[in-house]
Ligand binder design. Structure first.
Ligand code: VAH
Length: 318
């Protein structure tokens, strides 16, 4: 029985669908602090849950017979820089509460980390699992804290804590205040306007992953036997690209697509502090991580999904 916090965010609804498909409708309890968007067909067993209220988490775990917590609630990089006190509350206090409940009730707990947990002094190409972590955003600082605190709870109390550092995730869901989110918005803009104004420089390389691979990494990692894990925090990634490279891949499907640039200094500085590519060989060796989607497949499937979502049966507008 799985409980997902922040389940209405970018990753929660997709993961609920995967677990529902695998284990049936009653497997997942979805929680968040906002109302379910009207017309959402992929949300079920939904309850309000504020992760700053430890007894509320405990009540949900006990009442629903939860054995696995998947903790997605967090303020992402750009939005966190605009509200540091709230980022500290949600990203740090929230993680403390989740780990305490996992300790008391012997739960398996997944907390995602991010390429944002690295900083400008981290080797930026093929960044390894174990390396310098001096991030320059409150999001990154809070995720380093989550990684270290989870590993402490694992070694001190035996909590089955598991953490994956995700690259930018590309999914057919509205962007949630991240820095990599241009790689989502570009598809909505391509279909709607045939063009995209990018807030990052054309040569900004960032590691990314398609949503389905992200979901698979969580399910696979949580199912791995604990004895096969050399560590509790692993890098996973799909493929790296620049805005001009994804624009070129989109032009293979939509020849008239155009991109122009209006740099956002805050997001450019964040992107410039992050790795250009990740070394995920540890995940591949220890628990069989093996992503399936590269850039061209991601472009194809994103257009198919968004055309269906926007009811656009014809080819993208050009
Ligand atoms: C962000 N999408 O941009 C998130 C992610 C790898 C970045 O954590 O903040």
């Amino acid at each position: 029985k799985v409980l997902i916090t922040g389940s209405l965010g970018q990753l929660g609804r997709g993961l609920n669908s995967v677990y529902k498909y695998m284990y049936g409708n009653e497997c997942v309890t979805m929680t968040d602090i906002v109302k379910v968007p009207s017309g959402a067909t992929d949300v079920n067993n939904y309850h309000y849950l504020d992760i700053l209220n430890t007894s509320a988490i405990e009540e949900a775990v006990v009442n629903k017979g939860i054995d696995t917590l998947i903790h997605f609630s967090a303020l992402l990089s750009a939005v966190g820089e605009q509200n540091v006190p709230l980022a500290l509350q949600v990203n740090c206090r929230g993680v403390e509460n989740i780990l305490e409940v996992a300790r008391r009730h012997k739960l398996k707990v997944f907390i995602p980390s991010t390429i944002g947990a690295f900083g400008p002094t981290t080797p930026r190409d093929n960044t390894p699992d174990l390396t310098i972590q001096v991030p320059t955003t409150i999001y990154g600082v809070s995720k380093v804290y989550a990684e270290r605190l989870g590993e402490y709870y694992n070694s001190k109390f035996g909590v089955d804590f598991r953490c994956l550092r995700f690259p930018g995730i590309i999914s057919a869901t509205k962007p949630g205040g991240g820095t990599t989110d241009y790689a989502i918005q570009i598809f909505y803009d391509a279909l709607e306007k045939g063009r995209h104004t990018c807030y990052l420089r054309p040569d900004t390389v960032l590691p990314m992953m398609y949503d389905t691979d992200c979901m698979a990494s969580v399910v696979q990692f949580l199912a791995a036997d604990a004895s096969s894990l050399a560590r509790r925090t692993y890098n996973v990634t799909g493929f790296s690209f620049t805005p001009e490279e994804i624009a070129a891949a989109i032009r293979k499907v939509m020849p008239a697509f155009e991109i122009d640039y209006k740099i956002c200094p805050i997001r450019q500085a964040i992107a410039d502090s992050w790795p250009r590519s990740l070394d995920d060989s540890g995940a591949r060796q220890d628990w069989g991580w093996n992503p399936e989607y590269a850039l061209d497949e991601t472009v194809q499937i994103m257009f198919a999904l968004l055309q269906r979502e926007t009811g656009g049966t014809t080819a993208p507008k050009v």
